[in-house]
Design a protein around this ligand. Structure first.
Ligand SMILES: [Zn+2]
Length: 331
């Protein structure tokens, strides 16, 4: 039995037909965790779909109305890059409900997973890049509305920048709290760079490949723009640096780790060069930092487009194993 919950629903499946996004990955992750004995049936809990009221904590009434009534324009549907259907709306509402439940469990158990979610390209008024609504932002706003947290930090390790997250949480400067500038020379030769912007009640960190979607990257609180082909060692150094810098500036009551599998070297939509082992070290690093500072962590899975879907499943399952190692009772 795991010392944390895995939130999962068969309804996470995205009815999008033949697509680079492996919609069946959620079911396969659950199956693999059970088959390998990493998890047992009792570790899984089923979510309820988010309510429209929850979704409206982040998204505009106009956009939610269009989604509920099937009134997206052809252009809006194209930008979302997945074919609209009422079933798809249900799947995204369920993923958001899953992230809300995972956030609640994380606050109770120190860590919890949504075996799905991480739709970080959704904006308040439109969807993009396979993302209809932003489940993580909805979960954060719901926890704040319920007075369970005031502040949160997103740690986005998907290979693509978290543009929706940055746009949703931008702008609210904390008065009388100047942010220290970050040393850019800490890692010497690395051609990657770290950019800082003002944080509000949610501090956003994104480590991503600069030369990749989205072309326009609205500023996160910390953006680490990585050059193509970055490998394990440099990636882990930058992640460590970004986490330390972020946690010097901000004390979150909840960490939302967006554990994309697409920095993997065999990814079809990514151009970084991480190994499966490197990705597991990445997960361990995030969990170790959160544990050392006693910050609850909610995990979502975001992207993963490895040539073999099996590899994507392995990388996501490894994130569960990393949490198990770091958060094991007595560890
Ligand atoms: Zn991605």
């Amino acid at each position: 039995m795991l010392p944390f919950k895995l939130v999962y629903s068969d309804d996470y499946y995205l009815p999008i037909g033949a697509h680079v996004f492996p919609a069946e990955k959620y079911r396969r992750i659950r199956q693999r965790l059970l088959e390998t004995g990493a998890a047992e049936a009792a570790d899984f809990v089923s979510p309820q779909p988010a309510s429209d009221q929850d979704v409206l904590l982040v998204h505009t009434p106009e956009y939610v109305g269009k989604l509920k009534t099937g009134m997206l324009s052809a252009r809006e549907e194209l930008e979302m890059e997945i074919p609209y259907s009422p079933e798809l709306v249900r799947a995204f509402w369920m993923a958001a409900g899953g992230s809300i439940l995972a956030a609640r469990f994380a606050l109770h158990d120190r860590v919890a997973f949504n075996i799905g979610g991480g739709f970080h390209h959704a904006f308040p008024d439109h969807g993009e890049g396979f993302c209809m609504i932003h489940d993580v932002a909805i979960a954060i706003r719901r926890m704040q509305r319920d007075d369970k947290i005031r502040t949160a930090m997103t740690v986005d390790c998907d290979v693509h920048q978290g543009n929706g997250t940055a746009a949703i949480f931008a702008g609210m400067r904390i008065p009388n709290d100047p942010l220290p500038s970050v040393s850019r020379s800490l890692l010497g030769q690395a051609p990657a760079r770290m950019r800082n912007a003002h944080a509000g009640d949610v501090f956003t960190i994104s480590l991503h490949q600069e030369n990749n979607y989205p072309a326009w990257k609205p500023p996160s609180s910390i953006d680490v723009d990585l050059p193509d082909e970055v490998g394990d060692e440099d990636y882990l150094a930058w992640l460590d640096n970004a986490l330390s810098s972020g946690l010097r500036q901000f004390e979150p009551e909840l960490m939302c780790y967006i554990a994309g599998a697409d920095p993997y070297r065999e990814d079809q939509l990514g151009g970084l060069n991480l190994s499966t082992e490197g990705l597991k070290k990445r997960d361990e690093l995030v969990f170790q930092v959160a544990r050392a500072r006693d910050i609850p962590v909610m995990v979502t899975f975001a992207g993963g487009y490895a040539r073999k879907v099996d590899d994507t499943v392995t990388i996501h399952c490894n994130t569960v194993l990393a949490a198990q190692q770091v958060f094991a009772v007595g560890a």
